[in-house]
Ligand binder design. Structure first.
Ligand code: BGC
Ligand code: BGC
Length: 852
């Protein structure tokens, strides 16, 4: 790949020269005009090398690999031929990927787009939950448009990417495997390969060819809301899985014409250190050394490349102040040159817009850094136009464009896209019985069994099947909950058991096992019972979340999810043996449950095969275990919410049925009212979250009253604020306005930046109970340089309703989403009476407000 490298470096230098004086190249402090890695600082004899610039990698200290995918001369000839025949617009089209939300087959034809994707919230014809045949039909339509040469183009077939991150997880009826964190607990690379192979088959059924998986993050701070997408905090464990998963998905690295076999192409993501950001902030920055970057976060990429992974997705995050998407030293220098990665590099969802000097609509820097394909979901049109204009003007070198197109074509050729007809005619397509096939579910169930980690057992497990079992707590019969984020919808919200045909909830698995052994089971979320049970399983833990929504300030389970602790205590007080079963994407501080329960099992996010839990928890007729616990912690378990007091259990901990029963020493319990919670929550439990204030004003400066205690008067007596119950005592603030205009707002002590949430489909959620409807109302946001609002309807319902206004709406109305001091401003006119229960960012609105 030496020649390639020369082309790219020349290209980078040329672009830099062409842009001297602009901010291009300035990110991370490298001076404009000096091409980063092209021109290493001269080293005088006897003088040690200058310290590298911040965010600038030294490829020579990284391990070298050899990309094993054979060079096929017929493919190379075809690439040369295509490059010679393709027009510049056709080439640019190949570099662009559009989301189903915002693209039609006609667009794919007109612009020769190289790829389409389906984001977490998208689906065929705008239906995220479309049935499988609709996906095949859409795949055909996009493919046929891409190869339509009636307009004289060469007709390069489009490739469709999807987040099949734990099974074909966007599709109703597919097998949902445990999320990666659970797989990390089982320490079984062979099973990982089987999971990859089963997932690939299910993807092929609906006509897609590319999964944005595996995530090979090595999370170091589990406050990060995407930590569950990584297998483990341990680089070696992650590295031991990656090759197996890639092989399962793609087949052997020497394989060609993947579409003739049961394969898809994989994407290891997110390059690099997505799991290494400071404080675990999603899309944040990692300030670690280059050695840590290489040894912790770089570790999985070697095995991925050794297995011939076809694509790598670049991380939203940054390293040493420089966004990965613009980091040529890492993408080109390390990944492509040093590690010899021979596939193509795709960026993440509008991540290019975060590079200094770029916007979502314009960013040649990403291409020059080494990104071959732009994930430009809703911005593909301007990105395409911008790249084309620059290419025509010669400010993006054609060599770099050709190199990127060649990489994409090479992968498409290896896949066999040119040789197989429309997706519905390819092997496995339309074989709907393969979705959730018994043999795939069996693999998933085995994974569930092997991933369970036993943290405590005072001799109450396994459960003898002949007796009476009570299953209590939240989420015992909720497949969406046990599946977590990235399941059917982006955040895993808005779906219920009816969307999971063929799946088994934790409850139904337990019931089946107990009844098969001659016993009886009762489901009772609040723990009440008609006949005293012999044992109780109390299910509790996290609710589904994905990007942004899962970030937390501490490692404590959200207080609002700790209700089942009380259920455990009550059952225990009645002399019933209690088994705590935790659904979670990460190790969390849950000491009250650990102290109370007689046994404690971590189930992670098991997915559709809840029966695997009963396999281990419920014994055979003789009271003996049918399967032992095999799971070991994939990351340390915290002793307190802040981890300052070290781990309660280290990585690798996990009891088995053979472990001796030890006495229990009480763990410290922390007063949770002192602990900061969810950073997405602005107002809840009747008060503003830490760093926030609740203000009542009339829109004029100086007229605002900060509400600290209630009852409180504001607006010169026109408004009265009192406390009212919602979820908890005094969990809401009631605002009664006698007449005129009133503005209730939430102010942060420093401006907040919600740009990244706006880029995704995040909403500002307002849970409100309206008694007297205002004459009119708006919901808006105020920043130092902007003031925007949308007109909303607030009918009197007398009940709490969770309304959601898309942040995109506020942005479109002119809000500067990068800097808002009062990101929530509810303005009413006329006599009004309502109670405000909660304000936060999220996606699970009951009513989405139109943007007016
Ligand atoms: C995520 C990726 C995902 C992509 C497409 C991004 O926001 O970070 O992991 O593959 O969206 O849905
Ligand atoms: C996600 C996509 C999702 C989108 C919603 C992105 O950040 O990765 O998969 O559909 O946000 O707008």
């Amino acid at each position: 790949m030496v020649s390639t490298r020369v082309i790219e470096l020349v290209g980078a230098a040329a672009l830099l020269a062409g842009c001297a004086g602009s901010t291009y190249g300035a990110e991370g402090g490298s001076p404009v005009g000096s091409a980063p890695s092209a021109d290493p600082a001269p080293v005088a004899a006897g003088v040690s090398a200058r310290a590298p610039a911040r965010g600038e990698a030294r490829p020579e200290i990284w391990p070298a690999y050899e990309y094993p995918v054979p060079v096929v001369s017929a493919d190379e000839a075809k690439i040369a031929d295509l490059l010679a025949r393709m027009t510049l617009p056709e080439k640019i089209g190949q570099l662009v990927q559009a989301d189903l939300c915002c693209v039609t087959p006609e667009d794919v034809k007109t612009y020769n787009l190289g790829s389409i994707l389906v984001g977490g919230n998208s689906g065929p014809d705008g239906d995220d939950l479309a049935p499988a045949p609709a996906w095949v039909a859409a795949a055909d339509a996009f493919y046929l448009a891409s190869v339509d040469t009636s307009d004289g183009g060469v007709g390069v077939p489009v490739v469709w990417g999807t987040d099949a991150v734990h099974g074909h997880s966007n599709i109703i009826g597919a097998t949902i495997f445990p999320h990666n964190i659970g797989l990390g607990a089982m320490r079984d690379p062979a099973l990982i390969e089987q999971i990859g192979a089963a997932t690939a088959k299910e993807i092929r059924v609906t006509g897609q060819e590319w999964t944005f998986a595996p995530t090979v993050a090595v999370p170091q701070d589990f406050r990060w809301g995407r930590a569950y997408e990584g297998y483990s905090s341990d680089p070696q464990l992650v590295a031991s899985y990656v090759g197996a998963m890639v092989r399962g998905l793609q087949g052997p690295p020497t394989g060609d014409d993947l579409l003739s076999g049961p394969y898809v192409i994989a994407s290891t993501k997110h390059f690099l250190a997505d799991g290494g950001t400071d404080n675990g902030v999603d899309q944040g920055d990692s300030s670690i050394s280059e050695e840590e970057l290489r040894d912790i976060h770089g570790a999985p990429y070697g095995p991925a490349i050794a297995e011939g992974v076809s694509t790598v997705m670049v991380s939203f995050s940054g390293w040493q102040g420089k966004k990965m998407t613009g980091n040529s030293s890492l993408i080109t220098g390390v990944l492509k040159d040093r590690m010899d990665f021979g596939g193509f590099v795709v960026s993440d969802w509008n991540a290019h817009g975060q590079i200094v000097g770029c916007t979502n609509e314009s960013c040649p820097q990403a291409l020059m850094a080494g990104v071959d394909m732009y994930m430009a979901p809703d911005t593909w049109r301007p990105i395409y136009g911008d790249l084309l204009t620059r290419a025509e003007a010669g400010t993006i070198p054609i060599e770099r464009i050709d190199e990127a197109v060649a990489r994409i074509l090479r992968v498409k050729l290896r896949l066999g896209l040119f040789d197989h007809g429309k997706p519905s005619t390819r092997p496995l397509a339309g074989e709907y019985d393969l979705l959730g096939a018994p043999e795939h579910r069996a693999i998933a169930r085995e994974a569930v069994r092997k991933s369970l980690v036993l943290l405590k057992d005072q001799g109450v497990l396994p459960i003898a099947p002949g007796g009476r079992l009570l299953v209590a707590g939240e989420g015992a019969d909720d497949i969406a909950r046990q599946s977590g984020g990235w399941t059917l919808s982006w955040q895993g919200t808005g779906v219920d058991n009816s969307h999971f045909p063929g799946a088994t909830s934790i409850w139904s698995g337990l019931k089946q096992a107990v009844e098969a052994g001659g016993g009886s089971a009762q489901l009772s979320p609040d723990g009440s019972f008609s006949q005293k049970p012999d044992a109780a399983i109390v299910v509790f833990g996290e609710k589904p979340y994905a990007e942004f929504q899962g970030d937390r300030a501490t490692l404590a389970l959200d207080t609002e999810l700790t209700g089942p602790y009380e259920t455990m205590r009550k059952l225990k007080a009645q002399g019933i043996p209690v088994i705590a079963l935790m659904i979670t994407g990460r190790p969390l501080y849950v000491n009250p449950a650990l102290n109370t329960a007689d046994a404690f099992v971590v189930a992670w996010l098991p997915g559709s095969e809840g029966g695997g839990i009963a396999d281990v928890l419920v014994g055979d007729a003789a009271g003996k275990a049918r399967f032992d616990f095999a799971g070991k912690l994939p990351a340390a378990w915290p002793r307190t919410p802040d981890m300052d007091n070290g781990a309660l259990h280290e990585f690798g901990y996990g009891l088995t049925y053979d472990s001796p029963v030890a006495g229990w020493s009480e763990l410290p319990e922390v007063d949770m009212t002192e602990v900061a919670g969810d950073s997405r929550l602005w107002f809840g439990s009747g008060k503003p979250a830490a760093r926030w204030s609740l203000l009542v004003g009339d829109g004029t400066s100086g007229g605002q009253t900060r509400i600290t205690t209630t009852p409180a008067e504001a607006l010169g007596g026109r408004a009265l604020v009192t406390a009212e119950n919602f979820l908890v005592q005094e969990g809401a603030q009631r605002v009664a306005v006698a007449s005129g205009e009133a503005q209730v707002s939430l102010r942060n002590f420093e401006p907040v930046d919600i740009d990244r949430e706006t880029n995704a489909d995040v909403l500002v959620l307002m849970t409100i109970k309206v008694r007297d409807a205002p004459d009119s109302a708006t919901l808006g946001a105020i920043g130092p340089a902007s003031n925007a609002a949308a007109v909303i309807d607030l009918p009197a319902t007398g009940e709490f309703v969770r309304y959601g206004l898309p942040l995109k709406c506020l942005r479109d109305k002119g809000a500067d989403v990068k800097s808002l001091t009062e990101p929530f401003v509810l303005t009413t006119r006329g006599k009004t009476d309502y109670a405000l229960g909660e304000v936060r960012l999220g996606t699970d609105a009951e009513v989405v407000l139109p943007c007016r």
